[in-house]
Design a protein around this ligand. Structure first.
Ligand SMILES: C[S@@+](CC[C@H](N)C(=O)[O-])C[C@H]1O[C@@H](n2cnc3c(N)ncnc32)[C@H](O)[C@@H]1O
Length: 281
């Protein structure tokens, strides 16, 4: 079935997410397939779980959870409850199947929704939040950060990665190729920090994770080339070439350090100054 990734964001990947071929490609690309569709590696996520300081009795929110790979990984390791918010119904379908296969479906809930809208959750209802390689697709991240702060409990932590931080020169051609999954926003270094501060968060840590982009994109390219005939048969030559073009650009921008992937860990104020929970749902 032919598809155009530019037209449908991540949808075509998610419809085929659990096929034996896609599982094989992910295993070869990532080494350890945890059901991610991002630049996240299992090792980074293991360290990030500790950063969140989540208790078994806690609640986690994953913004733009995709097929719930990182979300189910964290739930399986902590035993907490988690909610995933995501635009793609196909991704959430795959995510629920994954949670059921891991025997943690009673701890996981999913909600179809748009991060360009107010978050459909009660104020102060989560003990931690993550958002992995998603904010670059959001039109107004300033409002999103304010919304994340609103739905977090006092002192709760928010960890996210942004793979679109400009740390060098990009051409118009590179920007076009790097935006293959729909609306994409690139920001200058320091931009996220100032918006987070304005939203009332305290910045605890930032870490350069550009290396994981180079590694995972190169891994995906190698796996794609190894399964070229099957992938072209499944999704068409145009889609195959477009994805290869995208990954080549990602590798090149990372190599030149023109575009960086940064991890941000922030904390909501310990005193909310809000007397009773309110809902925007
Ligand atoms: C690179 S994927 C990351 C998925 C997941 N976080 C992971 O690590 O596997 C980006 C995700 O953001 C979602 N997304 C993009 N724009 C969104 C929006 N406005 N509202 C909700 N989700 C969105 C996409 O559908 C996609 O699943």
């Amino acid at each position: 079935m032919a598809h155009d990734p530019q037209a449908d964001g991540y949808e075509s990947f998610y419809r085929e997410f659990d096929s034996p071929l896609m599982r094989q490609v992910r295993r070869e690309a990532y080494g350890e397939d945890i059901g991610q569709h991002s630049w996240v590696s299992a090792d980074d996520l293991r360290a990030d779980v500790l950063r969140l300081q989540l208790a078994k009795s806690g609640t986690l929110l994953d913004l733009g959870c995709g097929p719930c790979g990182p979300l189910t990984f964290i739930v399986a390791s902590v035993g907490c409850q988690a909610t995933g918010l995501e635009l793609s119904a196909s991704a959430l379908h795959a995510g629920r199947r994954r949670a059921a296969a891991l025997g943690i479906d009673s701890l996981v809930s999913t909600r179809e929704g748009d991060l360009n809208r107010p978050l459909p959750f009660v104020t102060g209802s989560f003990d931690a939040a993550i958002s992995l390689d998603v904010v670059l697709h959001v039109r107004d991240r300033s409002t999103l950060f304010e919304e994340v702060r609103r739905v977090l409990a006092a002192g709760a932590r928010f960890l996210f990665t942004d793979a679109g931080v400009m740390t060098g020169a990009l051409s118009n051609e590179e920007i076009r190729r790097r935006s293959a999954h729909g609306y994409t926003q690139f920001v200058v270094a320091g931009w996220n920090e100032s918006l987070l501060e304005r939203a009332g968060f305290e910045l605890l840590e930032i870490e350069d994770r550009t290396e994981s982009v180079s590694r995972n994109a190169s891994g995906r390219l190698a796996a794609m080339n190894a399964h070229r005939a099957e992938l072209e048969h499944a999704s068409g030559t145009v889609a195959f070439e477009s994805q290869r073009n995208y990954l080549d650009t990602v590798v090149e921008l990372s190599r030149r350090r023109a575009l960086s992937r940064i991890m941000y860990l922030v904390q909501a104020p310990t005193d909310r100054g809000i007397s009773s929970p309110t809902s925007v749902a």
